[in-house]
Design a protein. Sequence first.
Length: 141
Amino acid sequence: MYCLYTTLLQSALRAADADSRRMMDRIAKLEEDMRLLRVNESDTSENRITNGNIEDAETERLRLRKEIENIRKAKQSSDEHALKLERLVTQLRSKFTGHQSTNGPESLPSESEHDTNARIRRTSGNSSNNSTVVFGPVTDL
């Protein structure tokens, strides 16, 4: 009886193993067919466009051109805005430090120069007692 069950189990195992191999072979064949179809599809789509896809491609190209143009305009606008802000910062710094400098980004001090220099301003409300307000790090006292 034991031998009969063992034999049946072994034959079922062999059948399952054979089915598994057939399925793996079939999967490999289908994957290869899909790869070949993709290669053929890309080759033919480069050479011909049919069924109204020409209009779709043209519409997409026009949409992308408009998007690029809008992005360029937005970049130019933001660059102009940044330049105006840099000039404003320069003017405000010159008011606080008491010296006049030229407008533009080249007149801005570097970050390390900005950090090491303390800015001193006389307050208008406390002009009678000549108090000073210091902005930035004060290292030399």
